[in-house]
Design a protein around this ligand. Structure first.
Ligand SMILES: O=C(O)CCC(=O)C(=O)O
Length: 277
């Protein structure tokens, strides 16, 4: 991707709240991702409490489950755009598949970050207004299938990331289904109203969602504790930042804490609770 293209994506994200970066995964990589998602979907379908339903399913922590999903945080042009808005120390918040089955109804428009981010219910003093002045997080959607108007493509309301009221206008006609060939990546500000379209096609729609946050916001999951040591090792020196290990709060006195390791210093190893890293 050229510098000019990167700067155009940055402008679109700033003004419209989203952009589509084409060709980040190859056809072969998408085919491998789809194979792995099908395998995992069947393996996890019968787990107690599995989210498998007639309209679709979700599969979490994919980086631990197949090598292909390690690609999602190793794509320099995408990292450039994310870090432009969230800082060089941005952290990954989740890596999860959203598989939408034929016949699924339209998902209501909503904003993300309602679990740990800025779209939580507001405080009385907020006067019903959420924080929109700065980008606090993104959702980054890998289209593993072609995204079409028929097969449940994510809809986004352009510019809604700047709208201060927390409750979306649910039936707005301004929502646009994002059509994109597989291998593309849709990136949008977590304050943008969005949701999957109705699926009128005949094959599942495969997508991998990889939300990112500012380092100082809590992630949706504590990925630093979840990531397998060998996956973290393969992520290289950046891995500790991306998986939020360097952002971990101490559970010792501050001077006993090794900040880059996200655990007590060696001389306080007896206090280590034994997570990864
Ligand atoms: O599956 C989709 O297209 C949208 C998913 C979504 O809205 C979300 O992850 O918040």
């Amino acid at each position: 991707m050229t510098e000019q293209e990167i700067s155009e994506h940055i402008q679109r994200v700033q003004l419209h709240g989203y952009s589509v970066l084409p060709n980040l995964l190859s056809g072969e990589e998408c085919a491998e991702a789809e194979r792995q998602l099908e395998r995992l979907m069947h393996e996890e379908a019968d787990l107690p409490g599995s989210p498998y339903g007639s309209h679709g399913t979700q599969i979490y922590n994919l980086f631990n489950k197949a090598r292909i999903f390690e690609r999602v945080y190793q794509l320099p042009p995408l990292l450039r755009v994310i870090r432009h808005f969230l800082g060089e120390d941005a952290v990954l918040s989740s890596v999860q598949a959203h598989i939408v089955f034929p016949g699924a109804r339209e998902q209501g428009l909503h904003a993300d970050g309602s679990i740990t981010g800025p779209n939580r219910p507001l405080a009385a003093a907020d006067g019903g207004r959420r924080i929109t002045s700065h980008a606090l997080g993104f959702n980054v959607v890998f289209c593993i299938s072609d995204y079409t108007k028929e097969n449940g493509a994510t809809r986004v309301v352009p510019g809604s990331h700047l709208y201060p009221l927390r409750e979306p206008i649910r039936d707005t006609p301004l929502a646009r289904a994002i059509e994109a060939p597989r291998g593309s990546v849709l990136i949008f500000n977590i304050c943008a109203w969005h949701g999957a379209s109705e699926h009128r096609g005949d094959a599942p729609r495969y997508a991998v969602m990889t939300p990112w946050r500012r380092r100082w916001l809590r992630g949706e999951a504590d990925l630093g504790r979840i990531v397998k040591p060998e996956v973290l090792e393969r992520a290289g020196p950046e891995g500790r930042v991306i998986f939020g290990i360097e952002a971990r709060e101490p559970y010792t006195d501050r001077w006993m804490w090794d900040w880059s390791g996200g655990r007590p210093k060696a001389e306080w190893a007896q206090l280590d609770r034994g997570e990864n890293g």
